[in-house]
Design a protein around this ligand. Structure first.
Ligand code: GDP
Length: 298
């Protein structure tokens, strides 16, 4: 499948490594667990999540009196799935008018993800509008306009340097007038002025609260799957300003450490809702933990 293909590097690294351990050991001993631990941690699953996963595995091994490594592989897979469980937040683009704020620092793939998400929802028959509320980077608006064209959706943009909140205001008005199903707002991500950035996000959220209180809301943070622990820190910081309802995890095709998806869901307890597995319009996939782990180990 496309997902499996997009995860090739991670499969070649983590899953291959795990297989080597399972094939290389004839008994389940400390060394076996240590080798597994190293592979999981190196694959960005994180120390805490790895500890939990292996603890669960050890318990299963004891309870089921397993002797051979090959007998416990399915338990490892189940344990990883268990680790990824998050409290699902309400999530429904199908039946409601929705406003999606897409946030994150520059370079993570925010603009690209807005375009891809627009394309995905449009393909599902939704009427989509994009707001280009990153008014700081001249190129951002141009780039987003290209994505809107590619996706075949409308875009509301402000002049460079315009107040991002005024763009959001205009976009919300347009979404109401045009009976848009999903309004997707791209936002600025410059880190050197963090305070302003966070204030700006709050202001945009206030405007939406006021102008369209009935809309279903999503605050999706875009995280670059290749940046490991940094991604977790970014989510924590933005989480202080906006209630994050989900994550778009990008560049998963470009990393051999796709275990970051496990670390993110386990550490943040926020669901990854989409993953990016390439640079093209249809390279965004709806994320499902079960499917993800199956695609890795199939
Ligand atoms: P922004 O600064 O956060 O808006 O980032 P952009 O959307 O401009 O993306 C930065 C770079 O990452 C671009 O070259 C994108 O093509 C690339 N990119 C974004 N998502 C993905 C992905 O899922 N896979 C790959 N391989 N590249 C991606």
């Amino acid at each position: 499948s496309r997902l499996k293909e997009g995860l090739t590097k991670t499969r070649d690294n983590i899953v291959h490594g795990i297989d080597c351990v399972f094939n290389g050991f004839s008994s389940i001993d400390d060394e076996f667990y240590e080798e597994l631990e190293e592979i999981l941690i190196m694959g960005d699953i994180g120390v805490n999540a790895t500890g939990d996963i292996l603890e669960r595995l050890q318990k299963q091994v004891k309870e089921n009196h397993l002797k051979e490594p090959s007998e416990c592989k399915s338990f490892l897979i189940e344990s990883i799935k268990e680790q990824m469980k998050v409290e699902e937040t309400a999530y429904d683009f199908e039946h409601e008018q929705s406003i999606v704020m897409v946030i994150g620092v520059n370079g993570v793939g925010k603009t690209t993800s807005v375009g891809k998400l627009a394309g995905l929802l449009k393909a599902q028959g939704r009427k989509v509008l994009i707001a280009a509320a990153d008014t700081y980077r001249a190129a951002a608006c141009e780039q987003l306009t290209e994505w809107a064209n590619r996706a075949g959706v409308d875009i509301i943009a402000g002049a460079q340097g315009a107040d991002p909140s005024s763009v959001v205001f205009d976009a919300v008005s347009a979404a109401k007038a045009r009976h848009t199903d999903v309004l997707i707002c791209d936002t600025a991500g410059r880190l050197h002025n963090k305070r302003n950035l966070m204030e700006e996000l709050k202001k945009m959220n206030r405007i939406i609260d006021r102008e369209f209180p009935d809309a279903h809301r999503e605050n999706l943070i875009v995280l670059d799957g290749t940046t490991g622990q940094n991604a977790l820190n970014q989510a924590r910081e933005f989480g202080e300003t906006a209630k994050l309802t989900g994550i778009i995890l990008t560049k998963m095709d470009g990393t051999s450490k796709g275990g970051i998806a496990v670390a993110i869901q386990s550490e943040l307890n926020i669901p990854v809702k989409y993953i990016g597995v390439g640079e093209k319009l249809d390279d965004l996939q709806k994320f499902d933990s079960e499917q993800f782990v199956n695609a890795l180990f199939d």
